[in-house]
Design a protein around this ligand. Structure first.
Ligand code: IMP
Ligand code: MG
Length: 181
């Protein structure tokens, strides 16, 4: 265990939540062929576990979004990059996200997917931080909803990184928010 990381959700707890989410998604989207879209890189570990728990026919794709937020003018420049070209027209999309924080990334992606003709878009997040929201968007499912003092800390592990570190931890943990006193 890395000494600076405090365990928040251990492996067995995550596995139970992922199994429950897979079953719930299977029920909600029964009869559909689902186009699963994983947001790189934070969702990769979650995505790998989740797709094996969804009892439906599905295809898996990856997408990467980079955003540069210009604080002073409040402008957000967002770029979207697909790893493979994805035919979205008429598809039932399940977007798999690592963390929904301000909601800016999710809101941008939802707009983009609808613009490109997706028939429906559902969102499954590993972690929802509802208290940090700046835009009114919500995941349909989340494994964990983090509030209060835990939401003040920075989450790492199970795919989540701090400056590309800690993605390999098998549990979700927290570290003091970088830059905080
Ligand atoms: P949003 O656009 O503010 O909702 O940004 C969400 C993105 O910020 C996620 O996809 C994460 O990559 C990153 N993020 C937000 N909070 C954390 C955290 O506690 N740990 C790791 N990444 C985070
Ligand atoms: Mg990240």
């Amino acid at each position: 265990m890395k000494s600076e990381v405090t365990v928040l959700y251990p492996e067995d707890v995550i596995a139970r939540r992922v199994a429950a989410l897979g079953a719930a998604i299977g029920e909600a989207l029964a009869g559909r062929e689902v186009c699963v879209l994983g947001l790189m890189k934070g969702s990769l570990v979650f995505l790998a576990d989740l797709i094996r728990r969804i009892p439906l026919d599905l295809t898996v794709h990856l997408v990467r979004v980079t955003s540069h937020r210009e604080q002073d003018r409040g402008r957000v420049m967002t770029e979207i990059v697909y790893s493979t070209s994805i035919p979205l027209e008429g598809r039932d999309v399940l977007l798999v996200e690592d963390i929904v924080d301000t909601g800016i990334t999710l809101s941008y992606l939802l707009g983009h997917l609808h613009e490109h003709g997706a028939r429906s878009v559902r969102v499954c997040a590993l972690v929802d931080k509802p208290e940090s929201r700046k835009l009114d968007v919500h995941p349909d499912w989340s494994a964990f909803s983090v509030r209060g003092p835990d939401a003040e800390r920075f989450l790492v592990g199970y795919g989540l990184d701090w400056m590309e570190r800690h993605r390999d931890l098998p549990y979700i943990g927290s570290i003091a928010r970088p830059g905080a006193p």
